[in-house]
Design a protein around this ligand. Structure first.
Ligand SMILES: [Zn+2]
Length: 91
């Protein structure tokens, strides 16, 4: 089996698209494990997620997103765009 840097998280489905999610990969440092309140982007639909206390990715509400520092919001928009573009070229 190939080595991966994917880390198990509490299994759930994406609150936006229903994709089954049970692992996460840090974009900045693949050795990082997710922590509660870490932000994530659904690999299937680009939906904004945040890890709860049990490391379950849950919906990041628009009002919480708007309170994030601009550089974080810009990074998340960039990841969402990259995911959506990747999905488009998949088809
Ligand atoms: Zn999704």
């Amino acid at each position: 089996m190939a080595m991966t840097n994917r880390h198990l998280v509490s299994a759930t489905t994406c609150p936006y698209c229903g994709k089954f999610l049970d692992d996460a990969t840090s974009i900045e440092n693949q050795a990082n494990r997710p922590k509660p309140n870490d932000l994530s982007v659904c690999i299937s639909c680009g939906g904004y997620l945040v890890f709860d206390k049990l490391l379950k990715p849950i919906q990041l509400h628009d009002s919480d997103f708007e309170e994030l520092p601009e550089e974080i919001r810009a990074a998340m928009r960039k990841y969402r765009k990259a995911i959506l573009e990747m999905r488009r070229t998949d088809k």
